[in-house]
Design a protein around this ligand. Structure first.
Ligand code: ADP
Ligand code: ZN
Length: 520
């Protein structure tokens, strides 16, 4: 253990001890080695480069894509008595010159720079003339093309290794899937780096995923019954929906603010600041919100729409409970979410290879929604971490999921798709199964089909659940070219032929007995 590092931790930052693996990372970097650090949000990545920055001679250069947060980070360091500055597009010429001056005179311990600024020849030649303690590459997953935050500027960061071969580099991220990990290592040329992977489990977060009926009403009763007056983040897919949801929550007497990339910068800043500084504010946001936000007492993160991947789900829910106190990750999702995301994928202009990967990611996310065993075990397994026992703090652990033999129902549903010519969406199919006499049924003479009225043993919402699970598991898909009509896939055959059976989950609606969540 490095004595100097511990003493800085105690005296400058005021913390008694390191969290694993901070001390090892810090030791590696102080001794001039490269490090690749995978640590969940809130794990304490910043200290991993801040402490070596103070101990090694020269100025540490921190590359971060989060321009909006540089000021906050520099302020926080200044309050601790550390000399830090930042260079980005928010500074005018004079301000930038003053920072550069301080750098040249060796007055800065840390300098935050946006990647596009760093890679300018002018900046690089300036850095060549200074003493550099280390390079910290924050949010390093931005170098990964498959990731959701890809930034072309990050690719150029491999030049750091070429131009400053003797300066240690530390890359940090909260995204831990093996593919991204590999890409970071390759693209930043970190082949000599030591890899540090911290535990990804967040035991104080209770994971819950429920079937969606009336999303915002469910959200309201969730907040009222479990998180009245708590700070929280509600994620939605579209900008419009964040605004509608925020104003609806306000009408219900809650303090909710929208946040998305389409809002004016000063509005965004104002909403973010209120969220950070006031108590009990709910931010209703698109995924534009949250990267790098450090608010320790977010008590819940709610998803009204399905995230695109388990990585996104983990990152977004990870913003809850950073102080270690009990927090809830709550989500509702339904058939329409699955269809919408699959359609967005089909329509996207991305290359086929990328679409295929995105589809796999979405399927993994759907798998997490539909599982009947512990959510945390599945979530962690996705990041190659194995929890040996069910966690006891997720919905499936607290209220074990009931399953039922859905073979007959699934066959009826699939036959109905087939008999109606694979040309209809879920509502009409359910009308046919339930034997309703709607105008559409009349128009297409569907009352004459063999599948007409064969499904009265289930109610409409149960049929929705059956169809959702069939879509999630890839038995049917919504075809965009025919207005989202369901089509059968190859996977149906054994089921239709009677060679296979299928277990379906009984959905629950999201009301849960209040449980004292364990602190960790
Ligand atoms: P990350 O960048 O990994 O999301 P941060 O570096 O912002 O996380 O740290 C999250 C919080 O944990 C901060 O409030 C930080 O001060 C605190 N923290 C970090 N390391 C320690 C430690 N060793 N002991 C106590 N608190 C710590
Ligand atoms: Zn569990």
């Amino acid at each position: 253990m490095n004595k100097a590092a511990l003493s800085v931790l105690n005296t400058v930052f005021g913390y008694p001890e390191f969290r694993s693996p901070q001390d090892e990372v810090i030791d590696t970097v102080i001794n001039g080695g490269d490090a690749l650090v995978l640590m969940p949000t809130g794990g304490g990545k910043s200290l991993c480069y801040q402490i070596p920055a103070l101990i090694r001679p020269g100025c540490a250069i921190v590359i971060s894509p989060l321009i909006a947060l540089m000021q906050d980070q520099v302020n926080a360091l200044t309050q601790l008595g550390i000399n830090a500055g930042f260079l980005n597009s928010t500074l005018d010429n004079n301000q930038a010159l003053a920072v550069e001056q301080a750098l040249f005179q060796g007055e800065l311990e840390l300098l935050y720079i946006a990647p596009e600024r760093l890679t300018q020849p002018r900046t690089l030649s300036m850095l060549q003339q200074c003493s550099i303690a280390l390079f910290a590459i924050d949010e390093a997953h931005c170098v990964s093309q498959w990731g959701h935050d890809f930034r072309a500027d990050y690719l150029e960061l491999s030049l750091l290794h070429q131009q400053f071969p003797s300066v240690p580099r530390i890359a940090l991220t909260a995204t831990a899937d093996p593919r991204t990990h590999q890409e970071i290592s390759e693209r930043l040329q970190l082949d000599q780096a030591r890899h540090f992977i911290a535990g990804f489990d967040r035991p104080n977060i209770q994971y819950r995923i429920h079937q969606k009926h009336n999303g915002r009403q469910q959200l309201l009763s969730f907040i009222r019954s479990e998180h009245e007056h708590d700070a929280g983040i509600v994620y939605c897919l579209s900008r419009k929906k964040t605004e509608e949801t925020a104003s609806w929550l306000c009408q219900q007497g809650l303090q909710a603010l929208p946040y998305h990339a389409g809002l004016a910068p000063q509005v965004k800043e104002q909403h973010q600041n209120r969220f950070l500084r006031e108590d009990g504010i709910i931010i209703v946001a698109t995924i534009a919100f949250g990267m790098g936000i450090d608010k320790p007492d977010v008590r819940f993160v709610a998803h009204l729409d399905l995230p695109k991947s388990i990585e996104s789900y983990y990152q977004e829910t990870g913003r809850a409970g950073r102080d270690g106190q009990a927090a809830t990750a709550w989500m509702v999702y339904g058939l329409q979410d699955v269809i919408k995301l699959k359609q967005m994928l089909d329509r996207s202009e991305a290359p086929d290879m990328q679409k295929r990967i995105e589809r796999q990611r979405l399927d993994a996310m759907l798998g997490l929604c539909e599982i009947t065993t512990c959510r945390r075990q599945t979530l962690l397994a996705y990041f190659n971490e194995h929890l040996h026992r069910p966690c006891g703090n997720c919905d499936t652990c607290i209220t074990p999921v009931q399953t039922w033999d859905g073979t007959e129902a699934a066959r009826k549903a699939l036959s109905c798709v087939y008999r109606t010519g694979q040309r209809f969406g879920v509502n009409h199919l359910i009308d046919v199964l339930l034997g309703k006499s709607t105008a559409k049924v009349q128009q297409f003479h569907h009352q004459t089909l063999s599948t007409y009225a064969i499904g009265s043993e289930l109610e409409s919402n149960q049929w929705h659940s059956v169809f959702r699970q069939l879509v999630s598991r890839g038995y049917i898909y919504a075809d965009m070219d025919s207005f989202g009509a369901f089509k059968l896939t190859e996977k149906c055959r054994p089921l239709l032929r009677g060679e296979q059976s299928i277990e379906l989950r009984k959905d629950n609606t999201g009301k849960m007995k209040k449980k004292k969540a364990s602190k960790s």
